[in-house]
Design a protein around this ligand. Structure first.
Ligand SMILES: [Zn+2]
Length: 443
């Protein structure tokens, strides 16, 4: 009998973990899946597990709709959207970390708030570490395309704002083998950045094995870490030639952060759904959503219960559509092949290279193969463009962990910042309508 009672107590304790509301957070993970529409999530779910299947995020208890307009455009780009999330302000498109290209000050980043609260901080992406989504968390810059300048600013903020920055974009920090991509100004900045990396006590890794060895040696975050593992963006996972995965970077970074005694704030970007959507390539886009899903499965398995996880997208891209009629039991590659009912493509796009009537009518689908199962196949779009457009509809958000229930209803992307700022400051679960931001002078 005693054994049975003990078993029942253990069973209840294991199956219903309870976190006291007033207990300090162990950490926050903010996930931004770039350019990932609700329709694309549904397609990835059906592709991987059928219509009744579940993605990791489908188990998150809190959900919200999010408006994403920027300061100067109804349809945001990644720079303005990430600035809204990182700083709590509406910024002009293409601007990093501040309101406009001419700004002379900028609001504090979530990384600043976390550091002030005594937390460790980091950003991870499979885009370039200088990309428009991670950059506004660490730096300010008038133009998202000034990658060498952004890289030099990131280096100056390592150990100040960020304890660890991982991603691609090695060529903007210290890999001089990619010189064809540089203008002469870029070359000068990259050389300076390389010297600064050598002279500062920063651990800079460009080989994944070296970073793994550092983690496996039992380190925490004693010194700031920069890891850039590809010259630019990571290759698409669907292409089959990429071994380093987003979930690997998150796994190793969490080991460093959890060994550290401080609470942590970690921003993780799945950057490649957007890039595949810009080229109307559904197989690559779905593959990258599955990479996001694998990373979220890892979080579920490895994160302590007192970590708040918030996942969202910055905007949708390409006007992706999942078109009827589709046989109810279709899944996997059959969804990419010609529909057995319509004899056309189940997936289509609103804008992008899949449209006819482009500048060169002889090559209406640039870069495409005719095989719908190949990863670089381009599905049809309604309006031709070399790259598809972002779209302005509200986007999804899911949250899990202590305090997740403050994310609900319809919110603006700047309010995500405000709610996370409150969580970092330990100010409980009060709902925030207006974001509160302090200004800091730019260096
Ligand atoms: Zn985009």
């Amino acid at each position: 009998m005693i054994r049975l009672v003990a078993f029942l107590i253990l069973f209840v304790a294991c199956s219903q973990p309870v976190i006291a509301d007033n207990k300090p957070l162990r950490g926050i993970v903010l996930i931004i899946s770039d350019g990932t529409s609700q329709e694309l999530l549904t397609a990835a779910r059906c592709y991987s597990a059928g219509a009744e299947g579940k993605l990791a995020m489908d188990g998150y208890p809190a959900t919200a709709f999010v408006s994403t307009y920027s300061a100067n455009d109804m349809v945001t780009d990644s720079a303005a959207a990430a600035t809204a999330l990182a700083r709590g302000i509406k910024a002009d498109n293409h601007v990093i970390g501040m309101v406009s290209a001419g700004s002379t000050n900028a609001p504090e980043s979530l990384l600043d708030l976390a550091r002030k609260a005594g937390w460790s901080t980091g950003t991870i992406t499979d885009d370039s570490a200088t990309g428009a989504t991670p950059a506004p968390f660490s730096v300010e810059c008038p133009d998202r395309n000034q990658h060498s300048l952004i890289a030099s600013k990131i280096v100056s903020q390592l150990g100040v704002r960020a304890d660890i920055v991982l991603g691609g974009g090695n060529k903007w920090f210290h890999d001089m083998s990619q010189t064809e991509s540089y203008g002469s100004d870029d070359l000068q900045v990259v050389r300076k950045t390389e010297v600064e990396l050598r002279n500062r006590t920063i651990l800079a890794f460009s080989r994944w094995d070296d970073f793994i060895a550092h983690v496996r040696a039992g380190h925490a975050l004693e010194k700031p870490v920069l890891g850039t593992f590809f010259p630019d963006v990571f290759p698409y996972y669907a292409d089959g030639n990429r071994t380093l995965r987003l979930k690997d970077m998150v796994d190793e970074t969490l080991q460093l952060m959890l060994r550290d005694k401080r609470p942590f704030f970690l921003m993780v970007e799945a950057g490649l759904p957007d890039k595949a959507c810009h080229q109307n390539q559904a197989k690559r886009a779905i593959g990258e959503v599955m990479e996001l899903n694998a990373m979220m499965d890892l979080l579920k398995a490895k994160l302590p219960l007192d970590v708040l996880v918030v996942a969202t997208t910055d905007h949708s891209t390409g006007g992706f559509a999942f078109n009827a009629p589709v046989p109810r039991n279709l899944r996997g590659e059959a969804l990419l092949a010609e529909s057995p009912i319509s004899k056309g493509s189940t997936f289509t796009w609103a804008t992008g290279p899949g449209g006819s009537g482009g500048p060169d009518p002889a090559t209406p689908r640039q870069g495409s193969t005719n095989d719908p199962l190949s990863s670089d196949h381009v599905q049809p779009s309604a309006i031709y463009g070399r790259s598809s457009q972002h779209t302005g509809g509200d986007v999804w958000l899911v949250a899990s962990g202590p305090g997740a229930d403050v994310f609900h209803g319809h919110i603006d992307n700047t309010h995500i910042y405000a709610l996370l700022a409150k969580a970092i400051k330990g100010e409980g679960k009060a709902q925030v309508i207006k974001s509160e931001t302090k200004k800091t002078s730019l260096p």
